[in-house]
Design a protein around this ligand. Structure first.
Ligand SMILES: *Cc1c(COP(=O)(O)O)cnc(C)c1O
Length: 207
């Protein structure tokens, strides 16, 4: 927040994976950090907690006091600009999808999405422990549905090998830019049974 204020920067915070945070010392929203309302915009999504990927429904938090600075150094409030932009260019979310988003906040919806997320975290645990047993360094799997593995080789080479030998599709780290080179990402978004099968195949492929 201090950096943003000193440098007149705007923070764009993507909270897509907020539902996966279990560590209570980690913030789930940037607005838990003091001063964030003046310098930060937060993106919220239903894609990962409620399986909304592709339905095009999400929301953006733009606090009324949030400001950015124009090329002349003039302070501009973002809220009215965003409102203008949205009223002019956005035609809305289809009604059935809106009703589905509403259901995410019902008691039943909350229970179901929590169960879903807990299941993905259980998958992530299994992936992480199997990868650890195979002697690979990794990050993630905690507070996150992804496991980043240091592949000890080119990330596309690792991708091809897993596809050919294990029939498993991963995400090559190089696709995220040069810092991802050498890594691959495994996702926990599947059934526990499928994750078990995939990990058994990966084990054979890497043996
Ligand atoms: C999936 C994902 C989103 C979700 O975007 P939607 O448009 O709501 O589907 C946003 N950010 C990240 C990093 C994601 O992985």
């Amino acid at each position: 927040m201090d950096y943003a204020k000193e440098n007149k920067a705007l923070i764009l915070f993507d909270a897509a994976y907020e539902a996966f945070i279990r560590d209570e010392t980690l913030p789930k929203s940037i607005y838990e950090v003091e001063g964030a309302r003046e310098v930060a915009i937060e993106f919220r999504s239903f894609s990962k907690n409620a399986g909304f990927t592709g339905t095009r429904c999400a929301y953006t938090v733009v606090p009324k006091e949030c400001a950015a600075f124009d090329s002349k150094g003039g302070k501009q409030l973002i809220h009215p600009l965003w409102n203008r932009r949205h009223c002019t260019k956005f035609n809305g979310v289809s009604y059935p999808v809106q009703r589905a988003a509403e259901a995410v906040y019902s008691d039943e919806g909350k229970a179901q999405t929590q169960e879903l997320v807990a299941g993905y975290l259980k998958n992530a645990d299994l992936i992480a422990s199997e990868i650890k047993n195979l002697g690979y360094d990794f990050v993630g799997g905690n507070n996150s549905p992804y496991i980043w593995i240091e592949g000890k080789r080119d990330s596309w080479e690792f991708f091809d090998m897993l596809l050919d030998k294990a029939g498993v599709v991963c995400t090559p780290g190089a696709g995220f830019g040069k810092c991802g080179e050498g890594y691959i990402r495994l996702s926990a978004f599947n059934s526990y049974e499928n994750v078990k099968t995939a990990m058994a195949r990966i084990k054979d492929a890497l043996a």
